[in-house]
Design a protein around this ligand. Structure first.
Ligand SMILES: [Zn+2]
Length: 317
């Protein structure tokens, strides 16, 4: 009899608490996060999955180093996985970061809603010295308002996080030849004609291919730039995922137009030596949330691996 009397009171109490909680918006859904990979090397992309956050909240992910400094950030976008609504953000570990412990923090305007530890793994980069002739020296050193305008246009494209998912597959190399004349993350020293020097990081891979070699799309995407630029010559940029772009520089001929959709393997143009180039080659570069990213990492694994994302979501406390 005691039990029979207590049951209705208990249920009513729980119902009232739940009702009050819901009406006041204080029943928090569990936040779950996924990091792929958890131990990225310098220059590699990191995909962050998130569930349990407010659907309409503006959210972004930050990579924070052990000193508390922000190394990179990326906005979250929405996708549906197996019928479930998930958010994802894709950022990259800058190739100039210091290896070691770091963390991924998920932020909204009112502050952090969760974080996970991450370890940045080291890797070696090649050092190289490149002597530039008069023409190439001027391309790098002479101030030019058009060069500045082109740089601003490029940054506006690369810093944009769209909403379209054109591919969830791993990328394929943009030429069939495998000979590389420069590598991702090379520490470069440019020697100018007057004997002065400047340093730079090589942002992509250079394939040493003759002028006229077919250059193909590394994955399905949208042509967001196809035009001549002063420094990079005839250039094509494809958008593949929110904030994820592939870039093809120094082309002899461009064979696509801005705004069109391409499939992986479609011809984009022919390689050449336009812009700042010491010989015919294809410069192929990947940008993730504005950051130079290792193309080989995007060939080895899909940048947005849907299955892995769903299976790795774990609660954050
Ligand atoms: Zn290059």
């Amino acid at each position: 009899m005691m039990i029979a009397k207590q049951k209705p009171r208990c249920s009513l109490g729980m119902f009232l608490i739940l009702f009050l909680g819901l009406s006041m918006g204080i029943v928090a859904q569990e936040i779950r996060l996924a990091l792929i990979p958890e131990n990225p090397r310098l220059g590699e992309p990191v995909t962050i999955g998130l569930t349990g956050a407010g659907a309409d909240t503006k959210l972004w992910a930050e990579l924070i180093n052990a000193q508390g400094r922000r190394l990179s950030r990326a906005s979250f976008f929405s996708l549906t996985l197996d019928g479930a609504s998930v958010k994802a953000a894709i950022l990259a570990v800058p190739c100039t970061s210091r290896p070691g412990p770091a963390l991924i923090r998920v932020q909204q305007d009112s502050g952090s809603i969760g974080e996970m530890n991450i370890t940045i793994m080291p890797r070696d980069f090649v050092s190289e010295e490149i002597a530039l002739d008069q023409n190439n020296t001027e391309l790098r050193t002479v101030a030019d308002p058009q060069k500045t305008a082109e740089a601003n246009t490029l940054w506006a494209i690369l810093s944009r996080t769209g909403t379209d998912l054109y591919t969830t597959e791993a990328f394929k190399p943009p030429v069939t030849a495998t000979r590389r004349t420069s590598f991702f993350g090379d520490r470069r020293v440019y020697k100018y004609v007057d004997g002065s020097r400047d340093t730079a990081i090589h942002a992509g891979i250079d394939y040493g291919v003759p002028t006229g070699t077919a250059v193909t799309a590394c994955a399905p995407g949208k042509v967001v730039l196809a035009r001549s630029r002063i420094v990079t010559g005839n250039s094509v940029i494809l958008e593949h995922l929110p904030g994820v772009y592939s870039l093809y520089y120094h082309l002899d001929k461009i064979e696509v137009q801005e705004g069109t959709l391409v499939k992986g393997g479609d011809r984009l143009g022919q390689s050449g030596a336009t812009g700042l180039a010491t010989g015919p080659h294809l410069h192929w570069e990947i940008r993730v949330a504005g950051e130079n990213t290792d193309p080989d990492a995007c060939i080895a694994h899909a940048v947005l691996d849907k299955d892995a994302l769903l299976s790795k979501l774990i609660p954050i406390h």
